[in-house]
Write a protein that binds this ligand. Structure first.
Ligand code: ZN
Length: 227
């Protein structure tokens, strides 16, 4: 039996959710994964109280950008409003992932940004990983605080909460969620043994060109407001 286009998107959410669960970036019942439904103002998101290990495509919730369910079944993730805020402001974003991965969450609690310490960090994520203002979970407000911290980039820390990433595909978003946690571990470890160094402007310009051509997904209107 061949899957419909919408079933394939539901499967993308399931596969992405299981990937971040297997990597230990979320525990059962926390975090969320979504994909946009093509050019429509709709998306598919993991359900509230998602158990990950037993997740099936029939549990994935189809919503429009008002938050109205377009399918019967489970309740959507309580962070759906944050995903909606990002899809509305960043039209090229096809997937959003939120995790509570441990090392990144540690930095979010002390509200310490992760500076540009690795080449891959700039190329995939667009620069430093900054911390948002504190926003109450499950509100539209946290969506706006996430966007303010993301600026033109693909990852940010949510103050005293966790991680938000966005990508041009589910594969990109999964990769970014993994990378944020890896970078947080590296930075944490580096701080124990010395002072991490950053790159020359010449190198940063080279990384930026790669970011712009491969992974950037912010609107043209934001050019010149780079963070
Ligand atoms: Zn959360």
């Amino acid at each position: 039996m061949s899957l419909t286009k919408e079933d394939k998107l539901r499967m993308d959410v399931v596969d992405g959710a299981k990937a971040i669960f297997k990597k230990g970036l979320v525990e059962a019942g926390e975090g969320n994964v979504s994909v946009r439904n093509g050019k429509k103002e709709e998306f598919f998101i993991t359900p509230s109280f998602n158990q990950y290990s037993t997740l099936t495509k029939d549990e994935i919730v189809h919503l429009n950008f008002d938050g109205t369910p377009l399918s019967a079944g489970k309740l959507p993730s309580t962070e759906a409003k944050m995903h909606i805020a990002i899809y509305k402001s960043r039209p090229k974003v096809q997937s959003v992932i939120h995790t509570h991965s441990t090392f990144a969450s540690m930095f979010s609690t002390v509200r310490k940004s992760i500076p540009i310490i690795m080449e891959e960090m700039y190329i995939f994520l667009g620069g430093s990983i900054d911390v948002s203002e504190f926003g109450i979970a499950h509100t539209e407000e946290i969506g706006q605080t996430a966007l303010n911290a993301l600026k033109t980039k693909n990852a940010a820390l949510l103050a005293n909460h966790g991680v938000i990433v966005c990508g041009k595909s589910i594969d990109h978003a999964v990769k970014f969620a993994e990378l944020v946690e890896k970078l947080a571990k590296i930075y944490w470890g580096a701080l124990q043994i010395g002072e991490p160094k950053t790159f020359s402007n010449e190198n940063l310009e080279r990384f930026e060109k790669l970011y712009e051509s491969l992974f950037a997904n912010y609107p043209r209107s934001m050019r010149g407001k780079k963070g």
